[in-house]
Write a protein that binds this ligand. Structure first.
Ligand SMILES: C[S@@+](CC[C@H](N)C(=O)[O-])C[C@H]1O[C@@H](n2cnc3c(N)ncnc32)[C@H](O)[C@@H]1O
Length: 510
């Protein structure tokens, strides 16, 4: 179809539309028939545009509905329909203008407010999306779909309690679908409300018994609920096994996964006694598992460990590697790489390029941020699977699968920048790592890293299996070789629905 002249928004001139109409009527028998029924041209265009929209001919629909609006610009419904077509042509900005013009003509249109909210969300403006959804709900408080959209927005913003309220309202107003119930179940689980999670997943399975993921989550939350209510681990395990259907293929691996998820959730939410019971049974079933042994030590608080065991690091991160980026960044809002890179940039003279080491580089989240500051960029990590992710970014000159302290010791004077993002949490006693770093970092070079808080003095292994360090302890461990340039409070990532507090440090090698 030809492109027409337009006004500021892109409405065609009414005279041009009239000229087009006869050509469209000749070319499209359906539109011709609509005109012959005696409808006004604007109405015939509006109806034809909707037919095109329903037939998924979005570009054509947008053009025709624009023409309908041009002939009758005071009709709010036509503006809304035009906005819907534009939205489907991936023009959310223009769609939003249409919805706003519609709402300026008639404010009382909950459906159009909802549509405006959806395009604002697409544009990345969560605040405007929320305002539009809330106006829709003020006008129609029982609008289940608007509650659902608001719930999703809150969930994406990681405001899980608010998301739960919205999905609950959605259910109350007739929006109960298996997907909404399962989403609610996930939110309850992520906020440690295991009994409510089990109820929600149970209802989801009732509605969609064939969904294997819902059945798996029902089994998991049921197990958690049982454990929290004091049921013996053996009995809860038997229930989980019995509840599995033949299609679930719930063998040894499934059971092991169930135990690991339960351990992570129970310890994460501070149910340490329950986690101990599950952990002990896991070791009874699968003796020698490094992660579980380490977790039990961390939970019991009796450990003399001064760093995380290498076997745990390798097993844990090899297993996590594939979903590390999504899990850490999207789900847990991990943002230390950007914060450390900003701190380094602020202390870097114009044009200086470093021989940089990304220590414990993992999947290389720091790599693209350090690359512009680096003459050479090296990554080192214990987990070969994590390193595969780093290699895929194609920003490192060298990647080494090696223990950090050993690597530093065999790289004397090799670097003038070392960044360790979320890595010191795997070392309790920091003196050996500072000592090794002092040999590897040249005089005047920078050492940037993050730590977790949670201890008054010295260091402590937390039930999360991360070491917490007091800032005074960090400064003392850095010793004479380093001068502190920055110590700033920060937050690191979500854990049990709250952001973990920490510190950003920047030291200069004397
Ligand atoms: C939480 S991840 C952080 C990864 C990366 N720095 C980031 O910000 O995305 C911690 C990483 O440190 C690595 N790591 C822990 N202790 C290590 C050690 N002693 N030597 C080498 N790498 C280690 C782990 O294998 C893991 O990839």
């Amino acid at each position: 179809m030809p492109v027409m002249s337009s006004d500021a928004f892109g409405l065609p001139d009414a005279g041009v539309v009239e000229g087009q109409v006869s050509r469209w009527a000749a070319a499209d028998s359906g539109f011709g028939a609509l005109l012959r029924t005696g409808l006004s041209t604007a109405e015939a265009l509006a109806r034809w545009g909707l037919q095109l929209l329903k037939a998924n001919r979005f570009e054509d629909a947008a053009l025709v509905l624009r023409s309908a609006v041009a002939l009758a610009p005071c009709d709010p419904v036509r503006w809304t329909n035009c906005g819907m077509a534009l939205d489907r042509t991936n023009s959310p900005g223009e769609a939003a203008v249409c919805f706003e013009r519609s709402l300026a003509l008639s404010r009382q249109q909950p459906d159009t407010w909802l549509l405006l909210g959806l395009v604002r969300k697409k544009q990345g403006d969560a605040a405007a999306a929320e305002a539009a959804y809330r106006t829709a709900l003020e006008q129609e408080p029982t609008m289940a779909i608007a509650w659902q959209c608001l719930g999703l927005l809150k969930e994406e913003g990681r405001d899980y309690p608010a998301a739960i309220e919205c999905f609950t309202e959605c259910l109350k107003h007739g929006g109960a679908s298996a997907a909404v119930l399962a989403n609610l179940g996930k939110l309850y689980c992520d906020t440690g409300r295991f009994a409510e999670a089990q109820d929600a997943y149970g209802r989801a399975v009732e509605l969609e018994a064939g969904n294997a993921h819902y059945r798996k989550m029902l089994r998991e939350t049921w197990f958690l609920r049982d454990i929290m209510e004091g049921v013996a681990v053996e009995e809860a395990t038997a229930t989980a096994k019995e509840s599995a259907t033949p299609q679930d293929d719930f063998g040894d691996r499934g059971l092991c996964e169930l135990f690991d998820r339960a351990l992570a959730l129970l310890s994460g939410f501070g149910h340490l006694e329950a986690a101990m019971r599950v952990g002990r049974k896991r070791l009874e079933f699968w003796p020698g598992d490094a992660s579980t042994e380490y977790l039990l030590q961390a939970i019991s608080g009796t450990t003399k460990l001064d760093r995380s065991p290498e076997r745990f690091i390798v097993e844990h991160f090899d297993a996590l590697a594939k979903r590390f980026d999504t899990h850490l960044v999207k789900e847990l809002g991990y943002d230390i790489p950007a914060k450390l890179a900003a701190a380094v940039r602020a202390s870097t003279p114009e044009g200086h390029l470093y021989d940089a080491l990304d220590a414990g580089c993992g999947t290389g989240l720091c790599g693209p941020l350090l690359r512009p500051l680096a003459r050479t960029l090296t990554g080192v990590d214990l987990s070969s699977r994590m390193l595969e992710g780093a290699a895929a970014r194609d920003v490192y000159d060298t990647l080494a699968c090696e223990e950090l302290a050993g690597f530093l010791r065999r790289s004397p004077g090799g670097f003038d920048l070392m960044v360790a993002a979320d890595v010191m949490i795997y070392f309790g006693d920091l003196a050996p790592i500072f000592d090794a770093a002092a040999g590897a970092i040249r005089t005047g070079g920078l050492l940037a890293f993050s730590t977790e808080t949670g201890v008054e003095a010295g260091y402590r292994l937390k039930p999360s299996r991360h070491f917490a360090h007091a800032p005074d302890y960090v400064r003392a461990a850095a010793g004479e070789a380093f001068a502190q340039e920055l110590c700033e409070e920060t937050t690191i990532r979500l854990e049990a629905n709250a952001r973990v507090a920490g510190n950003l440090f920047l030291f200069r090698r004397r």
